[in-house]
Design a protein around this ligand. Sequence first.
Ligand SMILES: [Mg+2]
Length: 326
Amino acid sequence: MTPRVGPGQASLAERARGAVLGALAGDALGVPVEGMGRDEFPPVTAMRGGGSHGMPAGTFSDDGSMNLVTVESLVEKRGLDEEDLGDRLVRWLFNRHWAARRMSFGFGFTTREAIVKIHAGTPAAKAGLSEESDNGNGSLVRIFPVALLAHAREATPRETVDLAHRASAITHAHPRAKLCCGLACLLARGLLSGKSPRESVELMRSQAQDLYASDPWNSEYRHVQALMERNFQVVERHDVRSSGYCVETLEAAVWCLLREKPLEESVLEAVNLGEDADSVGAVVGALSGMIEGGAAIPEAWRKELARIDEVEALVARFSELLHGAG
Ligand SMILES: [Mg+2]
């Protein structure tokens, strides 16, 4: 099996659609097995209901909803506006705005606490938590729309990571969580410019060396050393962690990408790593969708996704924004 759309061929609109639908699909495929140990469940091969959350097939969780909320905010404000994004996250958590079904679910402690602070009046730009224990993947999973906007605007690497850090800090303000978002956006920029996963990882590493040479980033380096140096192409599956820790989620995603499989296989491989299956699936889905474009999302997945018609309409508005953004 070869990718249906090779690197460098998909339009930005198609890549944006791929990133959003890919995140939703990876999330929804992983929801039934979220929290399950590796190889302790029948491998996921299709959208299915039940399991960890007892949801119908095609139900995306916090990861998918926060992507949609972010896209909507970027479209409405024609850029990143922390207060608007914070308000929409409040509406998601408390009023099910862009929730797949009748409830918002799947969010971690840090995400919830930050949004509760915003709800209580803390400015969104200052709401993020910043303890060592606040380095879950809750901001990483929703960062990819920001990378798309940065790409459309031809932002410099510095501007790209600054945007990523600001978007992260609404919920996750620790330097490590921000760093993971910055690295993810640099990686995404490489993929969006038509580079292969291997070339994009190399580009991310070389740019990061300049961008993160000073504190507070320097002192975080040892935590992301594998992301910066490890040859993931020779790492075995049993050596890959797929927890909800931002560093391990990004490592798992890089490992999946470097296997250079087509989107469908890559997303299933990510989900079947288990643990934080839905979030790893969402990250790999977003990045694979950027490579191959929305047409690579299997129709059997797409048609099962909750609220797909509304999602497609939002994605079309996002594409218009990106098209006019340069
Ligand atoms: Mg989730």
